[in-house]
Design a protein around this ligand. Structure first.
Ligand code: UD1
Length: 340
């Protein structure tokens, strides 16, 4: 049987590289396109090592239409997963145009080329950030999106809308799925790929592992006066390999023509809220490393609690998050030890 190929933009990045591995292990062919702005060739090497497949890699900026057109001309594929984007929330507030130009611009170019070359399936890498401070918990896919609280979040909403509109138009000819990720954490158990934050990590788990490794002196827990059981904020931490497998399930749904509408949206999380303090405890128990931490004021822009209703993804994608949080954090620690 002919292999189905998938173009992965941003495929050298954190979630892209894990998705490449899972797609290959599920029998797909992949083409990785990445400008290496926030990623390294080592991730592509990691994917090759884990899978034993000499994955094709193209160093292109997806905003560069001619360069990306070259990739469409050189490779046969029917599906694309679009990860290529900037993701630092704080920086997006400082430099909104950088975010709109890159995150929206690259997606417009990709969608144009999908139409031009008659390639059919698009998976968009979205975020729970589109729900903002949701009024109902857990959030379902029909929980209304609220105005974004950062340009980064707005680019996710805009790209979701671009995909929806292209699917609905006669010129598009594409089918699309947006996956709204909750909080992706962890690393591949091989420790050959993982998250490589630039500078001081903004996200919790890289900050924890760097503190455990002695790279940071102390973890500040932002806020212990939230209306939650222990006063710290609640999130839905999803193992990056589970998340990668959700992409395999979504691509298969499109490829096999099982989608029930031209455009669909799925929450990808565990469905289980975990507090910052609980996560710290699980990390300490799983690794045997004690963390130096203290409480600090709430971080601007943070919501007290957000977690996913994952029934739709469970039912329609036939996918469920399975990794125990302790294993996920152990993998994050293993990856940190290799890198620091
Ligand atoms: C953040 C972004 C979200 C983005 C996601 C990508 C914001 C407001 N949201 O989600 O848009 O899609 O990252 O991964 O930036 N925490 C600490 N100490 C730290 C770091 C974090 O206590 O040093 C707490 C935070 O206050 C929060 C929780 O840990 O309650 C998770 O934080 P983080 O990993 O940054 O994710 P989100 O803020 O949920």
């Amino acid at each position: 049987m002919k292999k189905h190929n998938v173009l992965i933009t941003g495929g050298a990045g954190y979630i892209g590289s894990h998705t490449a591995v899972e797609l290959i292990e599920a029998g797909y062919g992949v083409i990785v396109a990445d400008n290496l702005y926030n990623s390294t060739l080592a991730a592509v090497e990691g994917v090759r090592k884990i899978t034993g497949v000499d994955v094709p890699f193209e160093q292109v900026d997806c905003c560069d239409e001619e360069a990306l057109r070259g990739v469409f001309e050189r490779y046969e594929f029917d599906s694309a997963i679009h990860f290529a984007a900037y993701k630092a929330v704080g920086e997006s507030v400082e430099r909104p145009l950088k975010y709109y130009e890159n995150n929206v611009g690259s997606f417009v170019v990709l969608m144009k080329l999908m139409g031009e070359f008659g390639r059919r399936n698009v998976l968009f890498s979205s975020s729970a950030t589109v729900y903002g401070e949701a009024r109902e918990l857990p959030v379902t896919e029909s929980t209304p999106r609220l105005p974004a609280t950062s340009p980064y979040g707005n680019t996710k909403q805009i790209c979701e809308d671009i995909l929806r509109d292209c699917v609905a138009s006669s010129e598009g000819g594409v089918c699309g799925i947006s996956l709204r990720y909750f909080n992706p954490v962890g690393a591949h158990p091989s420790a050959l790929i993982g998250e490589l934050p630039r500078g001081v990590p903004g996200n919790l788990v890289p900050f924890i592992t760097q503190t455990a490794a002695g790279v940071r002196a102390k973890l500040s827990i932002f806020g212990n006066d939230y209306p939650t059981p222990d006063g710290t904020a609640l999130r839905d931490y999803i193992d990056v390999v589970d998340l990668a497998r959700a992409h395999v399930a979504a691509v298969s749904r499109l490829v096999e023509g099982r989608a029930e509408a031209g455009y669909e949206v799925f929450n990808i999380g565990t469905g289980r809220p975990v507090s910052v303090l609980e996560l710290v405890r699980v990390f300490e128990d799983a690794t045997g490393v004690r963390l130096n931490y203290g409480f600090a004021p709430r971080r601007a822009g943070d919501v007290p609690a957000v977690w996913a209703d994952v029934r739709l993804a469970n039912e329609k994608l036939g996918w469920t998050a399975v990794s125990p949080l302790a294993d996920t954090l152990r993998n994050a620690w293993k990856w940190e030890q290799k890198n620091s």
